[in-house]
Design a protein around this ligand. Sequence first.
Ligand SMILES: Cc1cc2nc3c(=O)[nH]c(=O)nc-3n(C[C@H](O)[C@H](O)[C@H](O)COP(=O)(O)OP(=O)(O)OC[C@H]3O[C@@H](n4cnc5c(N)ncnc54)[C@H](O)[C@@H]3O)c2cc1C
Length: 478
Amino acid sequence: MPLMSAQAYRESLRDGRAVYVAGERVEDITRHPILQITVDHSAQVYSLAEDPALRDVMTVEADGGRISRYFVIPRGSDDLLARQALIEEHTRRELSVLNIVKAIGTDALFALHAVAHRMDQELGATYGQRVQAFYRHCRDRDLTMAVAQTDVKGDRSRLPHEQDDPDLYVRIVERRQDGIVVRGAKAHTTAGPVVHELIVIPTRALGPEDRDYAVAFAVPVATPGVKLICRTTGSTQQSAFDYPISRRHIETESLTVFDDVFVPWDRVFLDGEWQFAGPLALTFANFHRFTAISYKPPTGDLFIGAAQLIAEWNGVERAAHIREKIARLIGYTEMIRACTRAAALDPELLPPGIALPSPTMTNIGKHHFASQFHEAVRLLQDIAGGLVITAPSEADLRNPETGPYVEKFLRTRKDVDAAARLKLFHLIRDLTASEFGGYNLVVSLHGEGSLEAQLITTYRQYDLERCKRLVRQALGLD
Ligand SMILES: Cc1cc2nc3c(=O)[nH]c(=O)nc-3n(C[C@H](O)[C@H](O)[C@H](O)COP(=O)(O)OP(=O)(O)OC[C@H]3O[C@@H](n4cnc5c(N)ncnc54)[C@H](O)[C@@H]3O)c2cc1C
C-alpha cells in the first residue's frame, strides 16, 4: 500500500476529464491559471504526508502498510479526537483553507459503511462487501475523493418526481445486466475537478414514488458523461502580497453533470431502496459537520491574531472596546473547538462499530460556527479600519514613484514596518472582503448544509422528554 506522492497526484489528474472553466474546456487542469491553485492546494495532502515532521499526523500504520490517517474508520472517542487533530493541523498548514480531498470522501465512506450494514441486515443485501471493496480501492491507492450530494433541486417545494424536469435530482434512467445508467446534476461539488473519485449520495429522505432517485454510487472523474462546470475565483496572475491566502489556497466547486453515465454494479451502493436515502444523507451530513467544526478553528485563530496585531500596530490595543471585541473572537473560536471535542467524547456507536460524533454537539457547533461567522467578520473589520479595503497594492509599494509615499504614510510608528502593516490589511481583506472573503461568508452559511438543517437535527435528536419530565415535576404533575 504505497502512499501517493504529490508529483504522482498531479500527473494522475491528466486523464482526459471533462472540466470547464469560464466557458472553455480545460486540457490540463494542473496548468490552468485558476485550477492550478486548487491543484497545488490539494496536492499538499500528499506533500505534508511526505514531511517527516508530520508523518505521524498525516499517516498511520494499518493492515501491514502505511495509510493516510483520513481513512481510519472511527471506532471510538480516541479515533474521533485524532481525526479532529488531523483536520485542524492540516487546515492550519493550509492557512485556514480546508483541504477537502480526503476529508469529505472518508466522511461519506464512514456513512456508507454504516448504512450498507443496515441494508444488509434488514434486506439481506450485500452492499457491505461493495462498500468495503471500494473503501480499500481508495485507501490502498491513496486516492482523493469528492462528494456530490446536493442536487440542483429545482423548485424546493416539490419532491423529485414532481419537478417539471425529472432530471433535477440525480436518478437511475436504466438498469442493465452489468450496472445502471444515471442522469442529472449535482451543485457545488467541492474539489470535483481535482480528485480521482466522485462519490454520489442522495440529498434528502425519499418516498417510494421517488425510488429511482434513491441512488448512491462512485465513479472516476474521467468517466464518459461526467462533466464539471467550475466556478471562477483566484488566479496565478494575482500577487501573493495582495492575496496572501487565496493566491495559494483555494477550493474550486463545480456543477457536476451526469449525462447518462454508466456505473457498474460493484460501484452502486443504493439502488432504489428509498427508505435508506434519508439515513444515508443524514449520517454523511453528521460526519461532514464534524469535519466542518474541526476545520473552522484555524480561521478563528487567524482572525484573533490579525485583530490583535492590527490593534497593536494601530495603537488601539489597550482600548476597552477593542479588548472586548477580541475576547468575543476568542469565544467564537473556542466554542467551536469545545463542541468538536464534546462531539468526539460522546459518540453514538453505529453497527458494525463505527463511532458517529454526537449529533447534538456536532450540529450545535456547526450552527454556532455558521450563524456567528458574519459577526466574527464584523468584529475583525471593525477593529482593523477602512484600509482593509482601501490599502494600496504591492505594485504601488514597489513603484519608485509611489513606494516612498506608501512607506511613509502606512507607517504608524517607528517600530511598525509599513510593508508588513500593508500586507496585514491585505490578509484581512482576503479573508473577509475579497472575492475569496465573500466566498468565506457564503460557504460558512451553506457549506455542510444550511442553518435550518442543523437546527432541525438538533431539535430531533434532543431528549425533550427529559426536559418535559422536569417541568412536570416542577408543576407537581408526576
Ligand atoms: C462553497 C460551497 C461548497 C459546497 N460543497 C459541497 C460539496 O462538496 N458537496 C455537496 O454535495 N454539496 C456541497 N455544498 C452544498 C451545500 O450543502 C448546500 O449549499 C446547502 O445544503 C444549501 O443548499 P442550496 O445551496 O441548494 O440552497 P437551498 O436549498 O436553495 O437553500 C436556500 C434557503 O432555502 C431554504 N430552503 C430550501 N429548501 C426548503 C424547503 N423545502 N422548505 C423551506 N425552506 C427551504 C434553506 O433552508 C435556505 O435558507 C456546498 C455549498 C457551498 C456554498
